[in-house]
Design a protein. Sequence first.
Length: 421
Amino acid sequence: MQTSPTRNPWSWVPSLYFGQAIPYVVVMSLSVIMYKDMGISNTDIAFYTSLLYLPWVIKPLWSPLVDMFGTKRGWTVTLQLVLAASLGAVGATLHLPAFFMVSLAVMWVMAFSSATHDISADGFYMLGLRQQQQAAYVGVRSTFYRLATLAAQGPLVILAGWLATRLNDANQAWAIVFFVLAGVFFALFAWHHAVLPHPDADHKAAQGHDPFGEFVATFASFFRKRDIWLILGFILTFRLGESQLLKLVAPFLKDPIAKGGLGLSTAEYGTAYGTVGIIALTIGGLFGGWLISRLGLKRCLWLMVFAVHLPDLVFVYLSAAQPTHFATICAFLAVEQFGYGFGFTALLMYMIMVSDGPYKTAHYSICTGLMALGMMVPGMWSGALQEMLGYRHFFVWTCLATIPAFAMAALVKIDPEFGKK
């Protein structure tokens, strides 16, 4: 196979990470909005869509398979074709009598494919670029990942709302959106099949005398880290409040005033949370990364812990006051999302710090799996809890659920120089 050392990274890095974000956003966010439009209860939405985190929780268990069989390029391109087919299949299920469970089954395929695609695409990024280029294009990949998130939660949600109004059929509207997504992903598959380079280093990993033993040793070395209980506690509790709130944001914004919500249409939700909110989230994340590079993680930690959790009070106010002025709602959501984007940077940098060592890639994968576990389990019960408490008391509870994160922030140990340029 011909290598392509001179292939311009701009021809594939932006599109690779734009594509990496789409199925994750579909499974984690679009599914919540779609099922709410179709009349599914908050309890079922929160429980079943939270379960879809599972592939990201356990992906470290099968990540070595991507190294042991085939090439990173082959895995990446093939999985993009599978994801295109999965997106189209979801659209095809939405008029079936049992559309909820059938579409969820397809989304399970999508979730496992997306989690595996994350592994292969990140591995290919490191093989397809020289070391100097890898650092130079980190900002590019992050930007295009965010742009995909913005596109999926903004314009596509607005399109679904517009179509539902025109067709008077939410199922048909969302089916069209998923067919559009399938077309986009098939185009990405065709593009990457043509333009991804063929690095000489992209081959299956040589297996040692005891590959299973090596695999176990990698995991064991993570759990032998100093202060491992503090590490686990910080990662698992950092998003305890947010993990419950996140699954109920769309239902709260879309439920009518009489049910305790804000009564936004699907198109208004796409503008307020999927566009204004995501832009604020991105700006907050960029500012957080810049501040850590100037001051270091240790000096920024408390500011970021407060920033990620205190804006949850926004939802306490919104659920109590139930404002109807759209610009006011957008402004409050922008504040909450900016704080979340800014503060979440601390968790990402902390995971990078604890992953440092000879098994850096595997240990970071374990950290992201633990983070996903911390999102999945609390999210599963959040819908039933909200329906029992009502929106106002539920949001008060999510604020109280942030207390363990403050306690762990007081206990964790961080190198004062970590994160500084």
